[in-house]
Design a protein around this ligand. Sequence first.
Ligand code: RB5
Length: 145
Amino acid sequence: MLEGSFFIGSDHAGFFLKNTLKERMISWGLRVEDCGTHSPASCDYPEMAHKVCSLVLARNGYGVLVCGTGIGMSMTANRHKGIRAALCTHIFHARASRAHNNANILCLGQRVTAPELSMEILSAFLETPYEGGRHDRRLELMEKI
Ligand code: RB5
């Protein structure tokens, strides 16, 4: 299981799934800070994405971001240097994003992925260690733009 601080955020279209995932993480004994949104009222996903990314970078932790599709959240998160956000719709995405890409943020789409599958994706993300080795070189190259 990954160790450290966890931060979670969503917009209105990811509100239900965000709350469900947060409760599950707490039941697994993880410390998770909810960066909003705190109501189902319409809001703008970049605000929560920026908040979660800033905390993940400052505390060297991990994040979970949920919107309707997961696309807006992942696009926003990946603009932060040092953030490697993975939009996952399959358990294999989650495993590979950790093992090969050392992803530090998991993005999910509430309108795309059913709650139970989202839980399994989250669990795979949290349980998969980064493999290092040849992947270190590739992650370094990722930063060279
Ligand atoms: C909100 O309607 C929706 O656009 C947003 O949650 C997300 O899917 C954007 O990428």
